[in-house]
Write a protein that binds this ligand. Structure first.
Ligand code: SAM
Length: 290
């Protein structure tokens, strides 16, 4: 079945039929542009072999496109007012199931195990912007087998995920994403492609999960604590950031020696370090604590 949604007329008709009112707190901005939907499906490279998790199907617009392209689609929607609408708009697609829950409370690893024999799944979504980071980091940090994540996010967040050191957008999110995946910005999407229009520009980003991370770290948790400490106090030196962190317990001498061993001046700032350098710093500090 060809998708019926993805244009303003049919979206309005569905909203009126069910007397639906948008809930701001759920970040509801529905896609009304079929070109953008085609672009998302194409760039996610969905095939009939794929099991797709969609987060926040709304009235089922992208879900229809996904159902046409994928083998199986599971969509998780928090707003129970949307469930009868989804049952209607998706009634002719047999490979779709809906879970009415907060995605942060769903055991996605179990879903992949039980529904896809633990083979890697693809995540595709027009994300609710208020919880983009917890959703993406949650998927990476829990042991969900993931092949790729292709998502619509706020433009500024897409930039942060993609940049390297020396730019203002570089931060803990850039490093966390790039430790787990290779990011590609696929398209920029203006506010008029959504109903209602968001106040910010949007972008579609694809994150291809590495089978093996590009850097070797002995203690991943320690590396992320170091990264957070370095960006907590942006304008301070790396040494001060590490010393003042409540999450870390190194002496001033250990920190100074580690920065020297890394080959950096004592005044270096955290935001100039690459992922490779953070990994090396974590390995040096891990060793010095033994
Ligand atoms: N996929 C639809 C589209 O593109 O038209 C809707 C996208 S809209 C930006 C985000 C959707 O996520 C909304 O339907 C919203 O109700 C849902 N949502 C918000 N928070 C959620 C959560 N914690 N768990 C699951 N769904 C959520």
């Amino acid at each position: 079945r060809e998708p019926t949604l993805g244009n303003p007329q049919n979206t309005i008709a569905v909203l009126q039929k069910y007397n639906f009112s948008f809930q701001k707190k759920f970040g509801q901005n529905f896609l009304i542009d079929s070109h953008v939907l085609d672009k998302i499906i194409d760039s996610a490279e969905i095939t009939k072999d794929d099991f797709v998790l969609e987060i926040g199907p709304g009235i089922g617009t992208m879900t229809q496109y996904l159902a046409c392209a994928a083998g199986q689609v599971v969509a998780v929607e928090i707003d129970k007012a949307l469930i009868p609408i989804l049952e209607d708009t998706l009634s002719s697609y047999e490979n779709v199931s809906i879970i009415n829950n907060d995605v942060l409370k769903v055991d996605i690893a179990k879903l992949a195990r039980e529904e896809n024999e633990n083979r890697p799944i693809k995540v595709v979504a027009n994300l609710p912007y208020y919880i983009t980071t917890p959703i993406i980091m949650g998927l990476f940090e829990s042991h969900v087998p993931i092949k790729s994540i292709t998502v619509m996010v706020q433009k500024e967040v897409a930039d942060r995920m993609q940049v390297g050191p020396g730019t203002k957008d570089y931060g803990a999110l850039s490093l966390a994403v790039q430790y787990y995946a290779k990011p590609y910005i696929v398209a920029n999407v203006p506010p008029n492609c959504f109903m209602p229009r968001p106040k910010v520009g949007s972008a579609v980003i694809r994150l291809d999960r590495y089978e093996e991370s590009p850097v070797q770290v002995t203690d991943e948790g320690l590396m992320f604590r170091i990264i957070r400490a370095s960006f907590n106090q942006r304008r301070k030196t790396l040494a001060n950031g590490l010393k003042n962190s409540a999450e870390l317990d190194f002496t001033k001498e250990q920190i100074q020696a580690a920065i020297e061993k890394l080959g950096k001046p004592a005044s270096v700032r955290g935001e100039t370090l690459t992922l490779e350098e953070f990994a090396e710093l974590a390995n040096i500090l891990h060793q010095s604590a033994e």
